[in-house]
Every structure is written in structure tokens, then in C-alpha cells.
Write a protein that binds this ligand. Structure first.
Ligand SMILES: *Cc1c(COP(=O)(O)O)cnc(C)c1O
Length: 489
């Protein structure tokens, strides 16, 4: 199996190289040259672990990484065993007529744990496959959840360093504290005066421009890394299995998925699953007020020339959704994709042809919810169903409700964070007053009785160990200095 760049189909690499590099030399993202079929007939009998194993071996093959017998199984066990609250890493809850897939039971209480617990294992395999013993520096831009999940996943992993950049005023207090209290000796956390796109663009520029010592390599923990995306494909199959086992669907029946979307990674994993044979009806892309994606699915024009809004679902506050490039390349081909990405860079916008748009709209639909609608949804679902959701999940639920009259078959809404990660917004929804984020967590618990996730219970008492704040144009020099200095703080 080989991977190629979204901007040039002749630029091919082994999966291990794609994972190590994170991003292709031409600035494109890696996509698989083909999709192998998942053996659907075996799905009902598979354990969640077996599903992950099957997905990864289909996506990466076994002639590059995982050559050693049992290494894939071992990697998955190391990543997941004992890391999630409860037995099931992605339980389905029936809420009204739909199902909510709770992906937030990992160590940092957001769905990104699913991928970021596994990514260090994939990198270790990639290193073995390429016989590389350079130090790897993981660079990550985060709107909040990637940072803490990546810091958790990579903390004290040998021969690896991780530097996380986050927008100083763009994350929740809990998200920020999760990051700046991270104790791993190989971790570095930096606040940037700017928004998420500034941080992400800064990281992309560092990949292109950084001058580094010989034995140091950069890689990425963002969903531009194919190693981030692949583990997420598995839970779409798992949700389908759970619905089969609960007799909610018959084999072959199409299921819809509604996904709260930022960088377009999570929902793209659903598209990968579909290309591997999962019976998918619709993939619904849910955005907040930064609704560049819902406009795109409406009219085929991607236009980032608009105001950026800080919302109560901050992990989706993004105007450039990197992974959309992968979908564009798969639908339009790499030549067109390369042109569109150039348009985006030059003018901040690009426009698909009518045929390309209609191809995409066969599967994808979209919608958005603003802050007020998000809060109203949290309250309404809690009052009618006694089900507690965070702001991101509520955006998706709202879009589900907008689409309900048009959908056939069962629908799964992906829940991407624990409500406790965004306690103050959730209390705003319920009309309950609080003094600060810490107080908000306690009051939410008192109101709902829902268990506080393990990693959040004492979060605001944790000592702050990272205090870097820089301007957005200082990111490159910061990284070069940090690496040359060999200073880990
Ligand atoms: C990252 C994140 C998202 C968006 O996921 P993408 O893969 O970037 O589209 C949604 N919700 C939460 C809570 C997140 O942390």
C-alpha cells in the first residue's frame, strides 16, 4: 500500500514515511492510493479491538509497518487498554430516535484521545520500518482538545519531543489548564497571540522553513497526519456493529452520521469507512457560526474571507479545514486539488465545478448552529431526554434536527467532548450561575449527577508548569531556538 500527496499523485510514499512526515513536501496531505474492502460479514463477531486492527491493516498494509507478527495487536493494546473510563471506548446511547456515540471517555475527555493514544504507537512502528533513530519533534497547533490529548499521548515517549501551540484566548479554561499543567519532561506548551488558524498556519510554515540539526525530524499530531485519521475510521465500523448487535439495523442497512466538524478530520474518517464498504447514508457536517463548511456544501464555494468568531464550541472555531483537501483530491483529482489549494492561498477562496459539487452532495450534507441555538439545544435535550451534552455535540444534534425530515434510516450523532470540559457554557444553557470554571464543574455535577471524567476531577488544582506566550510571527524562531537549546521547558 502506498500513499500519495493530494497535490500530486505521482508523489508516492510508504505509509510509514507519510506518518513520519505528517505533511507532503509540496504542502499536500497524504491519501491512500486505494481503499480495501472491510469484511463486513465478519463485523458482528469482531471485538472493538479486532475492528481497529482490521481497519489499520487495511489502511496501512503489513508490508511496511507491522511486519513483525503480533505487532499491530500489541500497538493497539498498549494504546487503549486501561486508558478509557469503562470497558467500551465508544459507547452508544439511545437519545430520542437517534444514537449518540460517546467518544469522550479517554484520558482528556475529548474524542481526540482515540487517535492520539494510538499515534505514538504508529510513529514507533513507522520509525522501525524506516530504520530511523533521529529525535522526532511533534509540532501541533490546537484549538484546545488536540493539545491536551497529544500531550497526554506523547508525554515521556522516548526520543520524542512535543511542542503545542494554542490560541491564547481561543480555548476554554479547562482546556488551557489541561495543557499548561502537563508534566511530561519532553513537553512544551506555548500560547500564541492569535487564533487557531494563525497557530495552524504558523506550524505549516515551520514545516516548510525550519532549519534544524541533522538528527532531528519534525512530525505532526494534527489531523493532517494520516496516522491521526486512520484510528478514527474504526469507530464508525464499531458503531455499526453495536447497532447490528442491538438489532436496531439489519446488515447492509445504511446509517447516517452527524459530525461536529472543525478541521474535517473526524467526518473524513467516516468517508474513509464508507469507501471501505461501510453502508453509509449521509455524512452530515455540523459547524458553529464559523460556517465556512456549510456554505461550501451548499454552493461549492470555499471562502475563508470572512470574520472569525470565537464561539462556545471553540474546538470548531476554524476557517481553514485542512482535511477537506483530502476529500477534494479524492473527488476532483490531484491536479484540480492543487489548483484549488493555490487559489485558496492566493485569494482565500476556490470554487468547485457543478459536477464536482453534485458528486460530493451525494453523500455529504451540512448545517450550522450559532451559540444561542447551541445553548437552546443543550437545554432542550436535557429537559426532554435527561441527556447531557457538551456544546460541540449540541451543534451536531441541532443539525441532526434540521435534517431529520430529510433522513431515512438510523442516525448516529458523534459526541466529541464531555459536558464537563465546557461546564460554564452548559450551565449558561441551563440558566445556572457560577463563579468560575471550577465552581461550574461542581454545580454541573450537583445539577445532573453525571460522573465527572477521571482526568477532570481535580483539573483546576493542578500546578501550572508552562507559561510561554509569544506573537504569531515568533513561532518559527521559537521552535528553532527550543530545539537547538535542547531545553525542555
Ligand atoms: C477537534 C474537535 C472537533 C472537530 O473535529 P475535526 O476532526 O477537527 O473536524 C469537534 N469537537 C471537539 C470537542 C473537538 O475537540
Amino acid at each position: 500500500m502506498q500513499y500519495f500527496s493530494t497535490r500530486n499523485q505521482n508523489h508516492k510514499q510508504y505509509p510509514s514515511e507519510a506518518i513520519l512526515r505528517g505533511i507532503a513536501e509540496d504542502g499536500g496531505l497524504y491519501i491512500p492510493e486505494r481503499f480495501e474492502n472491510f469484511p463486513m460479514e465478519n463485523l458482528p463477531k469482531m471485538t472493538p479491538k479486532k475492528i481497529s486492527e482490521t481497519v489499520l491493516s487495511l489502511l496501512f498494509g503489513k508490508d511496511d509497518m507491522f511486519r513483525e507478527e503480533g505487532s499491530l495487536e500489541a500497538a493497539i493494546s498498549r494504546a487503549y487498554e486501561g486508558k478509557f473510563d469503562g470497558e467500551d471506548y465508544a459507547p452508544l446511547a439511545k437519545v430520542g430516535n437517534a444514537y449518540v456515540m460517546e467518544l469522550y471517555h479517554g484520558p482528556t475527555a475529548a474524542f481526540k484521545d482515540v487517535a492520539l493514544q494510538l499515534l505514538p504507537q504508529l510513529l514507533a512502528q513507522a520509525r522501525t520500518a524506516r530504520e530511523i533513530d533521529d529525535e522526532i519533534v511533534i509540532l501541533t497547533a490546537t484549538s484546545g482538545d488536540t493539545g491536551s490529548a497529544a500531550l497526554h499521548g506523547f508525554s515521556d515517549v522516548p526520543n520524542t519531543r512535543i511542542i503545542v501551540f494554542y490560541p491564547k484566548h481561543g480555548t476554554s479554561a479547562v482546556q488551557e489548564r489541561q495543557m499548561i499543567s502537563c508534566k511530561g519532561k519532553n513537553t512544551c506548551v506555548v500560547a500564541v497571540n492569535g487564533n487557531f488558524d494563525d497557530a495552524q498556519n504558523g506550524v505549516k510554515a515551520i514545516f516548510k522553513e525550519a532549519e534544524l540539526p541533522e538528527n532531528v525530524r519534525l512530525s505532526s499530531a494534527n489531523s493532517i497526519n494520516i496516522g491521526r485519521l486512520a484510528p478514527q475510521v474504526a469507530y464508525y465500523f464499531k458503531a455499526y456493529r453495536d447497532l447490528l448487535l442491538a438489532d436496531e439495523i439489519c446488515m447492509g442497512e445504511r446509517v447516517n452520521f452527524v459530525v461536529p466538524t472543525g478541521n474535517f478530520g473526524d467526518i473524513l474518517a467516516g468517508y474513509f469507512a464508507m469507501r471501505m464498504g461501510l453502508p453509509v447514508g449521509r455524512l452530515l457536517c455540523a459547524s458553529n457560526r464559523n460556517n465556512v463548511l456549510s456554505d461550501f456544501f451548499e454552493n461549492g464555494i470555499y471562502d475563508r474571507n470572512r470574520d472569525f468568531h470565537v464561539t462556545n464550541s471553540p474546538s470548531m472555531d476554524i476557517l481553514i479545514s485542512s482535511n477537506l483537501e483530502r476529500l477534494i483530491a479524492m473527488i476532483c483529482g490531484t491536479d484540480a486539488c492543487s489548483k484549488y489549494m493555490n487559489d485558496l492561498k492566493e485569494t482565500g477562496r476556490y470554487q468547485l465545478t457543478a459536477d464536482e459539487l453534485s458528486e460530493i452532495r451525494k453523500v455529504f450534507g451540512a448545517g450550522f448552529a450559532d451559540d444561542t441555538e447551541t445553548l437552546r439545544t443543550i437545554r432542550a435535550v436535557y429537559e426532554t431526554e435527561r441527556y447531557l451534552m457538551d456544546t460541540h455535540t449540541a451543534v451536531a444534534w441541532n443539525v441532526y434536527e434540521q435534517w431529520k425530515p430529510m433522513l431515512t434510516g438510523k442516525t448516529v450523532v458523534l459526541s466529541t467532548a464531555s459536558a464537563y470540559k465546557f461546564s460554564s457554557s452548559v450551565l449558561d444553557a441551563m440558566g445556572i450561575l457560577y463563579e468560575n470554571e471550577f465552581d461550574a464543574i461542581k454545580k454541573l455535577k450537583a445539577k445532573t449527577g453525571v460522573t465527572i471524567p477521571g482526568g477532570l476531577a481535580d483539573i483546576l488544582e493542578k500546578e501550572i508548569v508552562h507559561q510561554n506566550v509569544i506573537e504569531k510571527n515568533e513561532m518559527l524562531t521559537f521552535v528553532e531556538d527550543h530545539i537547538r537549546g535542547g531545553d525542555n521547558k
